[in-house]
Design a protein around this ligand. Structure first.
Ligand SMILES: [Zn+2]
Length: 456
C-alpha cells in the first residue's frame, strides 16, 4: 500500500509543479482564435492551433505526430507512441482544438480570446471546451514521464464544433490508423467541481423545419379575420401540441415515462446551472435527470413569421418553425422522426397545408461500462478525488461516439474531461477550474497505470 501511495503523491506533486507551465500554455492556445469557420475567422488560426498541438505532443514522444486532412477540409493532429511492453493495450486519446465562436462579445466580462484568472477560475473561449482537455492530456503524460505503460494513439480534431463531420468520415476511411482497445473521448466533464464522473449516455436528435400554408397571400385582418384561416395560429397550435401542461414532451409513439438509472442531477444545482428565474418551474413529471437523459425533449429553435416591428394588420398566410427533438438511448432516430412528422400532420388544424423538411438526424449513444477500462477508470477517479465515479448522461450529441462504436465494436469508450457545468461551454464567459485540469490529469495518469496493470 505505502509504495503505491507514495507513487500517487509523486504524480500529484509533479502535476502541481507543472501547473504554472500548463497555465502559460493554455493561455497561448486560448489566444489562437481557432473557430473552424472561414466566414468568421481566418483559417490560419486553425492551422496555428493544429501546429501548436502537433509540436507539444511531438515533444512528448509522439515521434510520428502529423496533420491529416479530413473530408471537410479541416486538419486532425494524429500521432502514436509505443511502449516497450509488446502485450500492452492501446489507448486512443481524443480532444479537439477548434472552439465555438465567442457569440455576443458584449456579454463577455473578460476578452474571449485571452486567458484571465479570476476568482479561482480561468476564463476564455476554449479554456474548458476543449483546450483544457488538451492540457489535461499533456499534464498526465508529462507527470508519467518515460513510464507510460500502454501504447498511445492521439487524435485532436479541428472541426468538432462545426458539425461538418470531418473526423467521423476520416475514421471510417482510416479505421486501422485509430484502432484502440480503449478510447478516452475527453470532451465532457464531471458532475460538478470535485465530483468525478464518466458520461455514459448521450442523446440523439432529429431536426426538422415544418412549414404551414393557409392562404395565397396576406389579407386584411379586419376584413377577413375570424373566418380566414391563419397559418401562424395553426403553427402555434401544432407546436403547443408537442407538450402537455406539465411540460412533458408528448409525441404519440415516443415513450416519455422512462427513468434515468445513474447519478441524479440535483434540482437546485440544475436551476442554478440553467439560470432559471425566480418562481419559474422545472418542466415535466420526472426528475431532472429523467427529463434530460431518459426521455424525448422537443425545443422550438426558431419561427419564421412577421417580426413585431413592421408587422401589419394582416393574416399571416405562411409560417414555419425549426424544431429540435432530442432522443434518449434506445430510441432510433428514424422512429422518432416518423413519430414527430405524424404528430405534426395529425395536429394541424383546419386543413392547412403542412410540409416537413428533415435537416439532420443523429443516433443516441450508450457506453458499455462493465469492461476493464471502466473498472480502471473507477479506481483512478476514486484515488484522484477520494470519491466514487458517478455515471452521467449528457443532453447533447457527439456523433463521433457512434462512429467509434460502429467502427471499433470491441473498444471501451469513456467520455470524461474538465467541462463541468460551471464551465458554461458554448456560452459567453466560458471558464475552467484549474483544479479540474490538475485532478483530471492525475486521474488520466492513474488510469493509464491501472488499466495497463489490469490487462497485462
Ligand atoms: Zn467540445
Amino acid at each position: 500500500m505505502t509504495w503505491r501511495g507514495e507513487r500517487d503523491m509523486d504524480l500529484r506533486g509533479r502535476i502541481a509543479d507543472l501547473m504554472p507551465q500548463a497555465q502559460e500554455e493554455l493561455a497561448e492556445l486560448v489566444a489562437i482564435k481557432s473557430v473552424a469557420d472561414p466566414r468568421q475567422f481566418p483559417p490560419e488560426e486553425c492551422s496555428r492551433a493544429a501546429q501548436w498541438v502537433l509540436d507539444h505532443f511531438a515533444a512528448l514522444g509522439f515521434d510520428d505526430a502529423r496533420l491529416a486532412e479530413t473530408p471537410d477540409g479541416s486538419n486532425a493532429v494524429l500521432g502514436s507512441r509505443q511502449c516497450t511492453r509488446p502485450d500492452a493495450p492501446t489507448v486512443l486519446l481524443y480532444a479537439h482544438y477548434d472552439v465555438q465562436p465567442p457569440l455576443d462579445d458584449a456579454a463577455w466580462q473578460t476578452p474571449p480570446f485571452e486567458l484571465v484568472a479570476k476568482d479561482g477560475r480561468w476564463y476564455g473561449r476554449g479554456t474548458a471546451d476543449c483546450k483544457g482537455n488538451i492540457l489535461m492530456h499533456l499534464l498526465a503524460l508529462r507527470a508519467l514521464g518515460e513510464d507510460v505503460p500502454v501504447n498511445l494513439k492521439l487524435v485532436v480534431e479541428g472541426s468538432e464544433e462545426q458539425g461538418t463531420g470531418g473526423l467521423e468520415a476520416f475514421v471510417v476511411d482510416n479505421a486501422d490508423l485509430l484502432r484502440a482497445d480503449t478510447i478516452l473521448v475527453c470532451d465532457t466533464g464531471n458532475a460538478a467541481v470535485g465530483q468525478p464522473a464518466a458520461t455514459v449516455s448521450l442523446r440523439g436528435m432529429v431536426n426538422v423545419v415544418v412549414t404551414v400554408e393557409a392562404l395565397t397571400s396576406e389579407v386584411h385582418s379586419g376584413m377577413f379575420g375570424g373566418a380566414a384561416p391563419d397559418a401562424l395560429a395553426a403553427l402555434i397550435a401544432m407546436l403547443a401540441g408537442l407538450r402537455d401542461s406539465a411540460g412533458n414532451t408528448t409525441i404519440e409513439g415516443l415513450d416519455s415515462t422512462r427513468r434515468w438509472e445513474g447519478q441524479p442531477y440535483p434540482p437546485e444545482q440544475f436551476r442554478s446551472d440553467a439560470g432559471l428565474l425566480d418562481g419559474v418551474q422545472l418542466l415535466g413529471d420526472g426528475s431532472v435527470s429523467d427529463m434530460l437523459w431518459a426521455r424525448p425533449a422537443v425545443t422550438v429553435l426558431g419561427i419564421d413569421c412577421p417580426p413585431v416591428v413592421g408587422s401589419a394588420a394582416a393574416i399571416v398566410p405562411k409560417a414555419a418553425a425549426r424544431l429540435n427533438l432530442r432522443i434518449p438511448p434506445g430510441l432510433a432516430p428514424d422512429v422518432a422522426k416518423e413519430a414527430l412528422e405524424a404528430h405534426l400532420h395529425r395536429t394541424a388544424p383546419w386543413g392547412v397545408h403542412v410540409t416537413i423538411e428533415v435537416e439532420a438526424t443523429g443516433s443516441p449513444f450508450r457506453a458499455t461500462i462493465d469492461g476493464p477500462a471502466y473498472q480502471a477508470m473507477g479506481k483512478a477517479m476514486m484515488e484522484a478525488y477520494d470519491k466514487p465515479m458517478a455515471t452521467l448522461g449528457q443532453g447533447g450529441s457527439i456523433p463521433l461516439c457512434n462512429v467509434f462504436t460502429d467502427t471499433y465494436p470491441d473498444a471501451e469508450i469513456i467520455l470524461m474531461g474538465v467541462e463541468e457545468p460551471q464551465a458554461l461551454i458554448h456560452a459567453p464567459n466560458e471558464s475552467v477550474d484549474p483544479r479540474e485540469i490538475s485532478t483530471m490529469a492525475l486521474t488520466e495518469a492513474l488510469f493509464l497505470q491501472r488499466y495497463a496493470a489490469a490487462t497485462t
